[in-house]
Design a protein around this ligand. Structure first.
Ligand code: SAM
Length: 170
């Protein structure tokens, strides 16, 4: 059920610290057909509408090579979310779960991620399908989908294929 900033039965809010302690830079703006949360999909779909990721001028050179990838991971800032709930009731039925067990836009740092399919890159604009954010949502980052990406640097110590051990409790 789409949230319009209300507190629902079973939900718990906390007093969050000032949200100014980390310096993110918005590197662009995402253009989608959705201006209303009620109409916005919960998760993007590969056959969803074409959307535009407009990258701001100083960052456009960073798009070089992006067109090599059929799928990209896009990170964005869900700027119209509340940020103070630690328990949420997605179905608004009185049952609540912890925020970190949900993909709700309501979280202390409202970062959204989507795997999108690339249509084309043109004049600083990445045309994609698969987004689920409101028109005007600030852009945080674009990366190749990790399942398509092969590290370009030579292997180094710590890249061991066996993986690391568990960190012991203090
Ligand atoms: N795919 C992302 C993820 O899993 O991290 C976001 C999922 S979140 C459930 C998507 C919902 O967030 C949309 O249906 C809409 O209700 C809400 N939303 C989209 N853009 C938003 C924005 N800019 N600010 C606040 N809420 C937004």
């Amino acid at each position: 059920m789409v949230r319009l900033n209300e507190i629902r039965a079973g939900e718990v809010a906390v007093e969050p610290p000032s949200p100014t302690d980390a310096g993110l830079v918005f590197i662009g703006r995402i253009r989608t057909p959705w201006t209303d949360r009620l109409a916005c999909p919960r998760q993007g779909r590969a056959d969803g509408p074409a959307c535009r990721i407009e990258v701001f001028a100083p960052w456009r050179e960073a798009l070089d090579g992006v067109a090599l990838y059929a799928r990209l991971e896009v990170l964005y800032w869900l700027d119209r979310s509340r940020r103070d709930l630690v328990r949420q009731s997605p179905a608004s039925d009185g049952t609540a779960r912890g925020t970190f067990s949900l993909r709700s836009p309501v979280r202390p740092n409202p970062i959204g991620t989507s795997i999108v399919t690339l249509i084309r890159v043109e004049d600083g604009i990445v045309h994609v399908r698969g987004l689920d954010c409101l028109d005007g949502t600030p852009l945080l980052d674009i990366k190749p989908d990790r399942t398509l990406f092969t590290p370009l640097a030579p292997p180094q110590a710590g890249d061991a294929e066996t993986g690391g051990g568990e960190i012991a409790d203090a």
